[in-house]
Design a binder for this molecule. Sequence first.
Ligand code: SAM
Length: 257
Amino acid sequence: VTTSEYTLGNAWEKARRRVSLIEELYDDTTTARLRRLGIRPGWRCLEVGAGGGSIARWMCEQVGPGGRVVAVDFEPRFLAADPRANLEIVAADVTTADLPGEGYDLIHARALLVHLGNRDELVHQMARRLRPGGVLLLEEPDLATCCATGSPTYVRVKELACAAVARKGNDWYWPAMLPRKLVAAGLVDVAGEASTELYHGGSTMAEFWTLTIEQITPMVLAEGASEDLIATFMAELADPAQWFPSFALTRAWGRRP
Ligand SMILES: C[S@@+](CC[C@H](N)C(=O)[O-])C[C@H]1O[C@@H](n2cnc3c(N)ncnc32)[C@H](O)[C@@H]1O
């Protein structure tokens, strides 16, 4: 898998908005989990695939001037636009370069690994980069839940999108395996959870889905979708009377012994 195989790149004109929607939808639950995992002043943290950077910047506040946050992204334009004194920005492709540094108290990634062909190896690498006692939190969207719905169009577009990105090494059905991946990487005290949004057309989640499918429309068409199918999908997502189940944001965490 190379850089070209990430299908939702930050260079797209609407990428900043799309990444902001992820932050709006999930930052509260991510930061709540990070607090429960014990983030505190002085910690050294690694944020992988940092995107818009809201979690990296939040970590900077938590760890304070005596701590440090390293944020990796191969398109770090949004990180660079809003730096912090204790934030180190690393522009690197984690499918080809090793993760920077080691001995971290905390490593976190969200909405990254499903897109990368070397996801299993990366979990092992992250586990190795923790200090003994350090914690890993991974949060990834599992699209298995986007099915039990009254809209055949929604289900069909989801299936075609998953098949299209699978050709690039993405696996949007992988996250349910996260706990066993953490155990296989040698972590202990492993636990997990998943939560699904039920959302209506015109909502924040609907906008997120609209932008996601808009960004990869050429791939979904190449997979066999018709222009009409995509247009119907977009119209349903704009209709407040329609309801949909989203992906399950699936989290797992564990500690290096
Ligand atoms: C869907 S966004 C999620 C951003 C952020 N983690 C969040 O949840 O708000 C995925 C991010 O990972 C980055 N990314 C994707 N593939 C990457 C790779 N191979 N190496 C480094 N970063 C990558 C993208 O540039 C993007 O910023």
